[in-house]
Write a protein that binds this ligand. Structure first.
Ligand code: NDP
Ligand code: 8X3
Length: 247
C-alpha cells in the first residue's frame, strides 16, 4: 500500500487529491490549519486518512512530519500543495503580514518539509509534486510576491532533480492557470463576490482536474520524470505587453 502526504488537504486541489488517492487505495496523510475540515475529511475517508493540523509557517511542526510512526512514515509521494496569494494590490499597499505569510508558506515551509522528508523519500525511491503556477512564467499586475514564490518553486523543483540524480526520486513542478477553488476567496480576504466574478462565465479548471493530473503523474512508469507541466483552462490565455506612452 502506498502513502501520499498532502499539504493543504482542507480545500481545493489538496482535498480533491485526498479523495482521489484514498479511493485509489493509497494511505493519505492530509495537513492544514482548519481542524474541522480535517475531521470532516477523516469522517469521509475513514482509516486510510491521517489528519494532521500543521501550519506550514511553523518550522518545528513541519519538521515533525518526518517522524511519523509506522505505517505512516513510509511516504512514497509528497504533494507540496499548501499555498496562497496576497491581494493583487501594488506592493506598497499590501499588508506586510500577508506578504510574510505567503513567503513563509509557499517557500520556507515547502523547502523545510521537503528537506525533512527527503531521506524517507530516497529510501522509497519516491516522488515529489510541487505546486507552482503559470504566474511563475507570465507576469501580471499585482502578482509580484505570489509569482516570485511560484518561480522559486519551479526552479527549486528543477534544481532538486540535480541533487537527486541516481536516487530514483522523481520531481515535478505543476504550473496551473485559473482553477476555481478557495484560492481567490483567500487572496481577496474573503470577498466571495469578487471571487465568483473572477470565475464567472469562463469555465475554469477544477480541483478534480488537478487530482486527476496528480494521479496520472503518480502512476507513470518509474523511469519517467515529468520535469514541469503547465496547464490552463481553454478560456484563459495571455494579454499583450503594457505600454506607458506618457513615460
Ligand atoms: P485553496 O485556497 O482552495 O487551498 C489552499 C490550501 O492550502 C488549503 O488547504 C489551506 O489549508 C492550505 N494552506 C494555506 N496556508 C497554509 C498554512 N500556513 N499552513 C498550512 N496549510 C496552509 O487553494 P488551491 O487548492 O487552489 O491551491 C493549492 C495550491 O495550488 C496553492 O499552492 C496555489 O498557489 C496553487 N495554485 C492554485 C491555482 C488556482 O487557480 N486555484 C493556480 C495555480 C496554482 P488551511 O487554510 O486549512 O491551512
Ligand atoms: C494562480 C494562477 O492564473 O489565477 O496561481 O494567477 S492565476
Amino acid at each position: 500500500m502506498k502513502t501520499i502526504l498532502i499539504t493543504g488537504a482542507t480545500s481545493g486541489f489538496g482535498a480533491a487529491a485526498a479523495r482521489k488517492f484514498a479511493s485509489g487505495g493509497w494511505r493519505v496523510i492530509g495537513t492544514g490549519r482548519r481542524a474541522d475540515r480535517l475531521r470532516a475529511l477523516q469522517d469521509e475517508l475513514g482509516g486510510s486518512f491521517l489528519p494532521l493540523e500543521i501550519d506550514m509557517r511553523d518550522f518545528a511542526a513541519v519538521e515533525s512530519l518526518a517522524q511519523l510512526a509506522a505505517p505512516w512514515h513510509a511516504v512514497d509521494l509528497l504533494l507540496n500543495n499548501a499555498g496562497l496569494a496576497p491581494p493583487t494590490n501594488p506592493l506598497p499597499d499590501t499588508d506586510w503580514g500577508r506578504i510574510e505569510d505567503v513567503i513563509a508558506t509557499n517557500v520556507t515551509g515547502l523547502v523545510a518539509l521537503t528537506r525533512a522528508l527527503l531521506p524517507r523519500l530516497i529510501e522509497r525511491k519516491g516522488q515529489i509534486i510541487n505546486l507552482s503556477s503559470v504566474a511563475a512564467t507570465y507576469p501580471y499586475k499585482g502578482g509580484a510576491v505570489y509569482a516570485g514564490t511560484k518561480a522559486f518553486v519551479r526552479q527549486f523543483s528543477l534544481d532538486l532533480r540535480c541533487d537527486l540524480a541516481g536516487t530514483g526520486v522523481r520531481v515535478t513542478s505543476v504550473e496551473p492557470g485559473m482553477a476555481e477553488t478557495e484560492f481567490t476567496l483567500v487572496r481577496t480576504g474573503g470577498d466571495k463576490e469578487a471571487s465568483d466574478k473572477l470565475y464567472a462565465g469562463m469555465n475554469p479548471m477544477t480541483a478534480e482536474d488537478h487530482a486527476d493530473l496528480f494521479w496520472w503523474l503518480a502512476n507513470l512508469p518509474p523511469r519517467l520524470n515529468i520535469n514541469a507541466i503547465e496547464l490552463m483552462p481553454v478560456s484563459q490565455s495571455w494579454a499583450g505587453f503594457a505600454i506607458d506612452r506618457e513615460g
